[in-house]
Design a protein around this ligand. Structure first.
Ligand code: ATP
Length: 934
């Protein structure tokens, strides 16, 4: 095995037959066949058969199987071998298990698909062209690019490294990022943690950049050796699922108690033990909402798929629910609220506006192009040649503006080669490069945020001579900047410093003692300010409406930006985040730059990072409700903002893209990472990824989240009220000494077949039109607040009474048995009490129970009348109704099926009674709704 760290980079390239231009595509494909995908093996999946078996582990299902066996055994003792009932029970349970496995795999598949969507990418050079590919496609010999915030996709030998620092804590346990160096050649037997010329898969680039050649992929990497230790966690249950599981348990226990009571009453009344046992089991079946957990999982995973289509990729399932409760959305400005399409519109020197093609304008654009990492690309044939820039939008705008006045970045770079750099960083808000000049001297260029750079400048450029910055000049410059920012321009200040020819200068720069911070501070001072460049980044057109939607939905949008406070306020006003009255904010901006701060207004305002640093967390919690814009903040401030909002009881969504944003994304209730500009680290820390980086997507996701929550609530409401109806029907009948109106097979049929379809259809109910006009769901209150429990119980009583009424009408008028009373009083009643006897009363109860529930499903759709929302707005529910009603009629009317379900065909008159009774829940609930909405 090659020790990649102990050979030179040239030897390494030769060893793997690679080159700086990368592998050819053909060679890469060949190597992929040889080495396989760059993936870590994950846990083996449970085989289908075992997953099917595990469906039977449920306590209730086991009880049912036991009941089926007992029923078979008892009929055997009676000398009549009845296979039908146990067979039907087993059949329905098996059907349920099959459905369970199908639903599980569907949910699993959609989660897998999502994981694929958020799979890490890698920048690779193949055939001389840089491509962004799925990291799993990497092969040994590939040349990869490492950039701040990205994961290291495979083990690799460094070829170049510029201030490159890598956090390898997940592999080596070393908590500090390690400074890497591509030129060193190390001894052979050195520990992985000390191999500074290598990078290892799963490392995070925390600073700088570099290129490297992949040496090992997938299970052959260092991390691959320990892969089994770091396998993914199981998908956790969402809070709602946990709460429902708990509700299910409570219901289970309640059912058991009721079963025991009924059993005891039956025994006291001298009813046959077997009959009472079967009744108790049917009751248990009725009480347990078997379909509930599965339906919730399906709804969540379907919702997640719908959200993915709308550009919001959910990484953690609980986020779907939390989204519905969001009360504040803190959003980055650039790219999320704005288009991130910067265009230079103004260039100023200390004297004022300059023409871009004038000598000062050109000097500024030259400096801004040199201190710049964007790449100018030419494509197309001669006549139709187009020039574009790839890189960070701010930098793209600068080199494009330079190109338009005839300054070509690649040529400028050749003339003034870069010998040193300190990359841009959103905490420092500036970057520095040092170039060799044609005359042998050196020029340092620093560009960045005006207010920060100004304090590092001692002179301004004035044509041939530099002028020291006096107090008046400083004021003048501040006003100049204010004028630009008030027009919503992002301002980049450009400064420089010249060094005379000295051959040891480059070496001194690199070997400078002290930390990176000291070196940076030493360089970024005593500069000459060349001027200011202003660029516009127009707001995204759809955001204004999204902001309005938020405000109507009781959600406060907050802007968080690294930009200047006036730029931020100008855009916030345009978008409606700050209202027009809050021209206060402008006032504040002026106050801040002039150094006076007079906070005493409740009008939404802007706060700067500097101010935020000065106040304590308690003060921030106290004041935060007045602020809608946080400007010139650093990523660390975001955590404080999230925590302060949470301390006020807000549910916070927060966006982020950089490495330093990860803590804020984790701290937020819903961390949203940018899909396009976001780093792997941010994506990994987030609950949701916005594939289009758009604020409007968050709002759309909140709407989806609220819709899903509402639909789950509808399904829970529906299933529980139906189950209560079923329990009551049997419980009341037994108490009053009537035969059991429903038998186990019928209850199973209603619960597992005719209940499930409408419940699933409720899960895809389109959201209420006014869903974004309501307040956010309160996470503390839970689902069963707002009178849901009362509704469930009263509607359950209604359904139970109707089924019981149908039963009584049936046995009294059509089966002509005695009612109510002692079973021994009338021989006909005794005969009907036998569980195996089919008769009209039981048939009518069965039909009313099933059909009234089907009608009742339409009640769930909205707080408003069904006539208002329209019957056909959820076509799936209408179809479920038709299919289930049809099946119900078939089961009763087709002789062999009727025999199995122990029912008898009904006459038109009996069907009419069934229909009238079944329709009543709609009438009653509609009356209630009209009373409530008055
Ligand atoms: P937002 O937080 O709204 O998304 P942002 O993250 O783009 O904004 P930063 O990137 O932190 O904000 O930029 C803050 C400031 O740093 C800008 O106002 C600008 O003055 C300066 N700046 C931005 N990009 C560069 C760059 N490439 N080089 C030098 N300075 C820059």
């Amino acid at each position: 095995m090659t020790n990649w760290h102990s050979i030179t980079k040239e030897e390494a390239l030769r060893e793997l037959d690679s080159a700086l231009t990368g592998l050819t595509k053909k060679e890469a494909a060949k190597r992929q066949r040889k080495y396989g995908f760059n993936l870590l093996e994950t846990k083996k999946k449970t085989p289908l058969f075992l997953r099917f078996i595990s469906q039977f582990k449920d306590f209730m299902i086991l009880t049912l199987i036991f009941a089926a066996l007992v029923s078979f055994f008892v009929s055997f003792l009676h000398g009549e071998l009845d296979f039908v009932e146990p067979a039907i029970i087993i059949l329905i349970i098996t059907l349920n298990a099959v459905l369970g496995v199908l639903q599980e795999s569907k949910a699993e598949k959609s989660l897998e698909a999502l994981q694929k969507m958020s799979a890490p990418a890698a920048l690779v050079m193949r055939e001389g062209v840089i491509e962004n590919i799925d990291a799993k496609e990497l092969v040994p010999g590939d040349i990869i690019y490492l950039e701040t915030g990205h994961f290291v996709p495979a083990d690799a030998r460094l070829l170049t490294a510029v201030n490159l620092k890598i956090d390898e804590a997940s592999l080596t346990g070393e908590s500090h990022p390690i400074e890497k160096d591509s030129d060193t050649v190390l001894k052979e037997n050195i520990l992985p943690a000390e191999r500074i010329n290598m990078v290892a898969a799963t490392g995070i680039v925390t600073y700088g950049r570099g290129t490297a050649m992949v040496t090992a992929t997938g299970m052959h990497t260092e991390v691959g050796h320990i892969a089994r230790l770091i396998m993914e966690d199981e998908t956790p249950m969402t809070p709602l699922q946990k709460r429902l599981a708990a509700t299910g348990k409570v219901l289970g226990i309640a059912a058991l108690i009721i079963c025991i009571i009924i059993f005891l009453i039956g025994i006291l009344k001298n009813r046959p033990i077997f009959e009472m046992f079967m009744t108790a089991v049917s009751l248990a079946v009725a009480a347990i909402p078997e379909g509930l957990p599965a339906i919730v999982t399906i709804m969540l995973s379907l919702g997640v798929q719908r959200m993915a289509k709308k550009n919001a990729v959910i990484r953690k399932l609980p986020a779907v629910e939390t989204l519905g409760s969001a009360t504040v959305i803190c959003s980055d400005k650039t790219g999320t609220l704005t288009q991130n399409k910067m265009t230079v519109t103004e260039i100023c020197s200390s004297k004022g506006k300059e023409a871009p093609d004038g000598s000062t304008g050109k000097l500024l654009l030259t400096l801004a192009s040199l201190c710049n990492d964007a790449i100018l690309q030419t494509s197309g044939k001669r006549k139709h040649q187009t020039v574009s820039a790839t890189g960070e939008p701010t930098e793209n705008a600068l080199i494009m503006a330079a190109y338009q006045v005839g300054l070509n970045k690649p040529q400028l770079d050749l003339l003034h080669p870069r010998i040193y750099e300190i990359p841009f960083d959103s905490a420092r808000k500036q970057m520095t490069t040092i170039h060799r000049l044609p005359d042998g001297g050196y020029r340092q260029i620093t560009k960045g945020a005006f207010d920060i750079l100004l304090s590092e400048c001692t002179n301004v450029y004035r044509g041939n001579r530099d002028t020291p910055i006096t107090h008046t000049l400083r004021e003048q410059l501040i006003r100049l900047n204010e004028g630009m920012t008030a027009k919503a321009l992002r301002v980049i200040a450009v400064a420089y410093k010249d060094y005379s020819a000295d051959s040891s200068f480059p070496a001194r720069l690199k070997n400078n003692n002290g930390t990176q911070k000291d070196r940076t501070a030493r360089l970024e001072q005593g500069l000459t300010l060349a001027g200011l460049i202003g660029m516009i980044d127009p707001p995204r057109p759809e955001v204004r409406e999204a902001v309005l939607t938020c405000q109507m939905a009781g959600i406060t949008p907050v802007m968080i930006t690294g930009d200047h406070v006036s730029t931020a306020c100008a855009i916030a006003k345009e978008l409606g985040i700050l209202t027009k009255e809050s021209s206060m904010a402008e006032l504040r901006a002026a106050e801040i730059t002039s150094g006076h701060s007079t906070y005493n207004s409740s009008i939404p305002q802007a706060m700067t990072g500097a101010e935020l640093s000065q106040i304590t967390q308690e003060e921030l919690v106290e004041r935060i409700k007045n602020y809608r814009v946080f400007a010139r903040v650093s990523p660390e401030h975001k955590v404080r903002i999230v925590k302060a909002l949470q301390a006020r009881g807000e549910v916070v969504a927060m966006t982020g893209d950089g490495v330093n944003d990860a803590p804020a994304l984790k701290a937020a209730d819903i961390g949203c990472a940018m899909g396009i500009t976001g780093t792997d680290v941010a994506k990994n820390a987030a609950d949701m990824i916005l594939t289009d980086d758009n604020f409007a997507t968050i709002v759309a996701a909140v709407k989806e989240g609220r819709g899903i929550y509402d639909n789950i609530k509808k399904a829970v409401h529906f299933l529980l009220s139906c189950n209560i109806g079923e329990i009551l029907t049997i419980f009341v009948a037994i108490i009053f000494g009537l035969p059991s109106p429903l038998i186990a097979v019928q209850l199973l049929w209603v619960n597992l077949v005719t209940d499930s379809l409408p419940a699933i259809s409720l899960g895809v109910d389109p959201p209420d039109k006014d869903i974004m006009k309501k307040k956010p769901n309160s996470p503390d209150k839970g689902m069963f607040s707002d009178g849901l429990t009362v509704k469930i119980i009263t509607e359950g009583i209604l359904i139970g009474s109707l089924a019981l009424l149908a039963f009584i009408i049936g046995i009294r008028f059509f089966d002509s048995a005695a009612l109510p009373g002692d079973l021994t009083r009338n021989s006909r009643t005794v005969e009907l009490a036998a569980l195996t006897t089919p008769y009209i009363g039981r048939t009518m109860a069965f039909a009313v129970l099933s059909l009234s529930q089907l009608f009742h499903s339409f009640n769930m759709r909205s707080e408003h009348s069904i006539t208002k929302i329209g019957l056909f707005t959820n076509i799936k529910l209408v179809l479920s109704f038709i299919v289930c009603a049809f099946l119900q009629v078939i089961v009763i009317s087709v002789k062999p099926l009727a025999d199995i379900f122990k029912v008898v065909p009904l006459t038109p008159a009996q069907w009419s009674i069934v229909l009238v009774l079944s329709f009543l829940p709609i009438v009653v609930v509609e009356l209630q709704k009209s009373k409530r909405n008055k």
